[in-house]
Design a protein around this ligand. Structure first.
Ligand code: ATP
Ligand code: MG
Length: 224
């Protein structure tokens, strides 16, 4: 396969994390970073930066672009992803126009620009209904839904058996705020990536409808 450098966009709760796990299973040469997971791990480890970002996340605001960009650049370097042969997927970053410009500058230096952006288009009423049933395994970022995708043992991670937790920002009020922010930021991002001819939308109200389309699209696009 040709190198794939993919950004997954989509409203909070649209299933980016679920789609990411499925991609990693089927496309074994691809690795992924989830911005939300990185932030929650910082908070969990009670680092200085973790303390600073926890208040943004708790009330559903975005973490400031400079902090976010710095964290991501460090992570990309640590993983040695800044080279043109690398294949990877970003979930949740960039999510503002400013972040997109910073990322392009960082990637451009190594010739490893994003070559695909996919937006998951899910009905926001459906998202609101299912968010209260979401539980996560914090260390791995694995996502469960008590209704659609329950863990094998209630409230325990399937792989490690460790307890699942509820995200502090997955309640109706904070969630609506996150949706509103997403809707405010997505227009300029969409336009930016459309202009680069790398933007594609996949619609559907469940991961079982979205994933086959995503998998087919990536296979066709990046088969060599
Ligand atoms: P979901 O995980 O359901 O797709 P989401 O995209 O809102 O929803 P995460 O990506 O896990 O959730 O992010 C959770 C929170 O972390 C965001 O509400 C925001 O506060 C912060 N965050 C994550 N990524 C970024 C980013 N790129 N820029 C600024 N803040 C971010
Ligand atoms: Mg996520």
């Amino acid at each position: 396969m040709k190198p794939l450098r993919l950004l997954l966009l989509g409203a909070p709760g649209s299933g980016k994390g679920t789609q990411t796990s499925k991609v990693l299973k089927d496309f074994t040469h691809i690795k992924a970073i989830s911005s939300g997971d990185i932030l929650r791990q910082q908070i969990n480890a009670q680092t200085n930066i973790g303390k600073e970002i926890s208040r943004y996340i708790k009330n559903g605001s975005l973490v400031p672009d400079e902090i976010m960009a710095r964290l991501l650049e460090t992570e990309l370097q640590r993983r040695q992803w800044l080279n043109r042969d690398a294949s990877w997927l970003l979930d949740g970053f960039p999510r503002t126009f400013t972040q997109a410009s910073i990322l392009d500058e960082v990637l451009g230096k190594s010739g490893a620009n994003l070559n695909q952006v996919v937006e998951l288009d899910v009905d926001q009423k459906v998202i609101l209904q299912r968010i209260e049933a979401r539980w996560i395994h914090l260390p791995s970022g694995r996502v469960y839904n008590l209704d659609y995708n329950p863990p094998k043992v209630p409230f325990k991670d399937d792989v490690t058996g460790e307890p699942l937790s509820k995200r502090s920002d997955d309640n109706a009020e904070t969630f609506q705020k996150r949706l509103d922010i997403y809707n405010g930021e997505i227009g300029p991002l969409r336009d930016y990536y459309k202009q680069k001819n790398i933007f594609h939308t996949i619609s559907g109200n469940s991961s079982d409808i979205i994933y086959p389309q995503l998998s087919r699209y990536l296979s066709e696009k990046f088969a060599s």
